[in-house]
Unconditional design. Structure first.
Length: 378
């Protein structure tokens, strides 16, 4: 998905995207050759390496391309774990919708009902913003990753190399946003804001008495057997098997490349801190769209979208993006970017054909082309 939905989108130069032309839906039994070719093209474009996995009625296919460690030359591996960035948002939205199904909250509750006084200042008013508006990014709340000081400290070279292991609390992140005016009045437009999902994580904590990470583990990770998935909190490493992650730490696609694998993911919090592998992401999105995680009413709410001009042919639901590809196939999922990592996970509406992959570099590569190749390639 071409919109930079992850945390690095605040400073990264947008990657030019050219979608594949109209094509027939991929025939049954193929060897995923177009997908592999799109992965190789991303490596030629400058991505160090790509790890991917697809699952459909014909079975499972996995592949890797390029390099996992630029220092040693070790190849990328299909079974790598990686930081999934904003794919975290779908997990968070799923938990909130489960809580709604249990009658413990309503998506029409205001933020102030759960977090009184937290969303206040410079025109922000948590009494006018609903939980639903947090989840579909129509709240207007300022996106803290667009704060210039945050950008200098955590995305640009000098700041990142000094502060990569700093701990940020969720309320500190929200506080950064409150130093700015809202993007718009609640419910009047759409703007992607990581602050929305930091707040959603705090609401889960208030509603359950447990950290949002505990609820994701109990409600999603453990029931689905997602063995590679974790919510790391402040833990700075990516557990093995994994590759290194690389970034430019500048608003450019040129210049030196830095190893940014290790960092304190509290800067992303419930907007983007999770780690997984492609197998787990495929299992998660397939289970979600098949109705294994949410009752029908809540799944319909999650799939009720608002138009998003930044993603051609797409709409944003509650932590879930619906996109129509060039061949007419609809895929549901989310993208995620964080330092050194650009990931995508999508599945068809029936959950039967899933794809998840990761670039271990954050400055180049056409992720849209990989999705188009898997679902529309000949």
């Amino acid at each position: 998905m071409s919109v930079r939905t992850g945390l690095v989108g605040a400073t990264a130069v947008a990657v030019a995207v050219t979608l594949a032309g109209p094509a027939a839906a991929a025939p049954a039994g193929r060897e995923h050759t177009p997908t592999r070719q799109a992965m190789d093209a991303a490596v030629r474009d400058g991505v160090p390496g790509v790890a991917a996995r697809a699952a459909d009625e014909h079975g499972t296919w996995k592949a890797a391309s390029g390099t996992g460690d630029l220092r040693t030359g070790a190849p990328r591996r299909a079974d790598d774990r990686y930081r999934v960035g904003s794919i975290t948002k779908t997990f968070v939205a799923t938990v909130l919708l489960q809580l709604e199904a249990e009658g413990r909250l309503s998506l029409d509750d205001t933020v102030d009902e759960w977090l009184p006084g937290v969303v206040r200042g410079h025109g922000h008013d948590g009494g006018r913003i609903t939980l639903r508006q947090l989840l579909n990014h129509t709240s207007g709340i300022y996106n803290y990753t667009e704060d210039e000081g945050f950008t200098r400290t955590y995305f640009l070279k000098d700041g990142f190399l000094r502060h990569r292991f700093d701990t940020m609390t969720p309320r500190q992140l929200v506080g950064l946003a409150m130093n700015h005016e809202p993007h718009f009045a609640p419910g009047t437009s759409w703007h992607y804001s990581n602050t929305n999902y930091v707040l959603a994580g705090l609401v889960i904590e208030e509603a359950t008495g447990h950290p949002y990470a505990t609820e994701i583990r109990r409600r999603v990770i453990e029931p689905l057997g997602l063995r590679a998935t974790l919510v790391p909190g402040t833990y700075p490493k990516v557990p093995a098997p994994s590759s290194r992650a690389y970034g430019k730490l500048a608003g450019t696609t040129t210049g030196p490349t830095y190893d940014v694998t290790e960092l304190n993911p509290s800067l992303a919090s419930s907007a983007g801190e999770m780690i997984a592998d492609s197998r787990d992401l495929n299992r998660f999105y397939s289970a979600l769209l098949r109705g294994r995680l949410l009752p029908p009413k809540q799944l319909r709410e999650m799939k009720t979208t608002v138009r998003v001009d930044e993603i051609p042919g797409a709409g944003y639901g509650l932590g879930l993006i619906d996109r129509e590809l060039s061949c007419g196939v609809h895929v549901w999922g989310h993208g995620g970017g964080i330092h050194g990592s650009n990931s995508e996970a999508v599945t068809t509406a029936d959950g039967r054909h899933s794809l998840a992959f990761n670039f271990n570099g954050d400055w180049s590569g056409d992720s849209d082309a990989v999705i188009e190749a898997e679902y529309c390639g000949e």
